[in-house]
Design a protein around this ligand. Structure first.
Ligand code: ATR
Length: 284
């Protein structure tokens, strides 16, 4: 229930926000603001810039001050997994939490909506069926780990994880071998032929880099999806265009869908994401 403002008697908005460092460029306040307006929810959503050393004492303080739910982003997702008193299975497997929910009994639920965000973007916005797809994921860090479980739930034909450090890909796949057909390799050993879907989950784009890959991995039917978002092309999308991929996409839809899944955890409603994606169009 929303509180009542002691001054004018109006219901005070419920408080939410995102914790990260740095955080000032986050789109989340805009996205959640549109969701709240659309669904007539009385809430505010703020940015909390918190240094890593302060995270574990700041977050309980935010909850004590009336905040009811938080998104968590870089570099705090692992720390959030530690402070959640209970975690969903997908957050446990991802070993990372991007959504915290303060419950009525004071317990804090940790969930990870990143994988659902990716899968919903692929299935709902891009209208793909993941079933029986051959999927190549580049990267084996936190971003890759966060989406492995939800992707494998879709009964892919196979998921190959390729990483600069092959041992990391091997370790990641070892944790998911029961969930589906997974294989790991280094960038130089990626088996062909062309994949149906190639997901870039490395942070190489952020450093303006693209790993060197063999030709023949991309065909006319291949969707190349960069989990990074931002304005204009990334090194990965430029590579994908040069390989004449059937479709090339950045992670804006994943961003909006993971936000919608968090919003649903807090408010019990899954908002319509299409209007937000349209509003973001000029910035993509
Ligand atoms: P994140 O949470 O963004 O996934 P991370 O856990 O540090 O961050 O993982 C970064 C991923 O990007 C890793 O797969 C990393 O490869 P290594 O495991 O070999 O470090 C990958 N990565 C980062 N910079 C890269 C680059 N220049 N070329 C290729 N891969 C890169």
């Amino acid at each position: 229930m929303a509180g009542v403002d002691p001054v004018d008697g109006a219901a005070a908005p419920d408080q939410y926000g995102i914790v990260g460092h740095p955080i000032k460029h986050s789109w989340s306040p805009f996205i959640h603001g549109v969701f709240a307006k659309q669904t007539l929810q009385n809430l505010v959503y703020r940015l909390f810039d918190v240094e890593p050393a302060d995270f574990e004492k700041t977050v309980p303080g935010l909850f004590a001050s009336g905040v009811r739910g938080l998104n968590v982003t870089v570099p705090h997702k692992q720390a959030a997994a530690r402070i959640a008193t209970e975690k969903t299975e997908r957050a446990t497997r991802a070993r990372a939490v991007n959504t915290l929910v303060l419950r009525a009994d004071g317990s804090v639920l940790g969930d990870n909506t990143d994988g659902a965000g990716l899968v919903n973007d692929l299935e709902i916005n891009l209208r793909l069926s993941l079933r029986n797809m051959r999927v190549l994921m580049l990267g084996a860090g936190g971003a890759a780990r966060g989406v492995m479980g939800p992707l494998l739930e879709r009964e892919l034909f196979e998921l190959t994880v390729a990483n600069r450090t092959p041992e990391r890909a091997e370790a990641l796949c070892a944790q998911f071998f029961e969930a589906g057909k997974v294989a790991s390799c280094g960038f130089a050993d990626i088996p062909g032929p062309a994949y149906d879907l190639i997901i870039n989950a490395t942070s190489a784009s952020l450093h303006g880099q693209m790993p060197e890959l063999a030709t023949g991995l991309v065909g006319k039917h291949t969707l190349c999806y960069d989990m990074a978002y931002g304005r204009g092309p990334t090194p990965f999308t430029t590579w994908a265009e040069a390989q004449q991929a059937g479709m090339v996409c950045k992670g804006w839809g994943m961003l909006v869908e993971q936000a919608a899944a968090s919003f649903e955890l807090w408010r019990g409603l899954y908002p319509d994401t299409k209007p937000v994606l349209q509003l973001l169009e000029p910035y993509r």
